[in-house]
Design a binder for this molecule. Structure first.
Ligand SMILES: [Zn+2]
Length: 291
């Protein structure tokens, strides 16, 4: 008998429901207590062999028999870990917010008497899934059209959906200044080219813009070595095939930085942020051209 993997649990210290991936990445911060929202057993975030995140019951504990996360203890094994059994891998929940929410951390453990009421209240609030820029783009990239329309996404406090928070760069009724680069994610086809120096790349938008005196110029972004070696951005170095110098089989996503005309370079460029967790650029292989 294998139950489902639990991907959401109640966090007493932040007094809200949290997804396992978020909980796992913060584990070492402070003492944090999680509970199953159904049967209230103590749980801890864990990672499966396939790199999915879930909550498992604390060592020596079991979910209650009527809980949908209940699993029978296997004879002779001390505790139960879903990795050892055939539970279906949980589906990754798409982020509902680009960024991190500051929450007050409450110290200590709840009394067993208060727990049911706290969990009931937390379940009434919408589930917040925080995401980095890369995680939000990845979720959008793998979503169906319908799912984009139905999944909420908040950016800089503006609530919307994956459909309306992403905007195609190709709308020619708009020029560079007409796009909302701060509160939306602007995307469009791009050409990626390798620079002469290791780790340096150039991204040229296929879409052309008029900026100042300049007419019909592409947006040209320089990815410097410092950027392409960041943990989140390392993949950029593997997008082009071996020996390939340039390819236009990619989609560029921009958020939180605004195109500007650089008089020295005579190009429209972007200044990329030092910290690219929540803004900057992301690149993905075009769906049809995926290799
Ligand atoms: Zn349970």
């Amino acid at each position: 008998m294998c139950g489902r993997m639990e991907t959401v649990a109640y966090c007493y210290n932040r007094n809200r429901l949290e997804v396992a991936e978020m909980a796992h990445s913060r584990q070492s911060d402070q003492e944090v207590y999680f509970y199953c929202p159904e049967c209230h057993v103590g749980v801890v975030p864990a990672r499966s062999r396939k790199n999915n995140y879930f909550f498992r019951a604390l060592s020596g504990h079991l979910h209650q028999k009527n809980c949908s996360f209940y699993k029978e203890r296997i004879e002779g094994s001390g505790h139960y870990s879903p990795q050892e059994h055939s539970s279906a891998e949980p589906e990754r929940l798409p982020p509902t917010i680009l960024g991190a929410i500051a929450t007050q951390h409450r110290i200590g453990k709840p009394s067993p008497r208060d727990l049911p009421q706290l969990i009931r209240q937390a379940k009434e609030a919408p589930l917040v899934v925080e995401g980095s820029f890369e995680q939000v783009v990845e979720a959008w990239n793998t979503m169906s059209r319908d799912k984009k329309r139905l999944t909420s996404l908040t950016i800089n406090g503006t609530q919307g959906t994956y459909e309306d928070r992403f905007e195609f760069i190709g709308d020619t009724t708009k020029n560079a200044n007409d796009f909302n680069w701060e509160d939306k994610i602007i995307y469009g086809k791009t050409c990626l080219a390798k620079g002469n120096r290791e780790g340096v790349y150039f991204l040229d938008s296929i879409r052309k813009f008029d900026v100042g005196e300049e007419k019909r110029k592409v947006l040209n972004i320089i990815i410097r070595e410092e950027y392409s070696k960041q943990k989140q951005k390392k993949y950029i170095r593997n997008l082009l095939n071996d020996g390939e110098k340039r390819s236009d089989a990619f989609t560029l996503f921009i958020h939180g930085c605004r195109p500007e005309y650089n008089y020295e370079r005579k190009k429209i460029g972007l200044s990329l942020p030092d910290n690219s967790t929540y803004k900057g650029v992301c690149v993905r292989a075009n769906k049809r051209a995926q290799r």
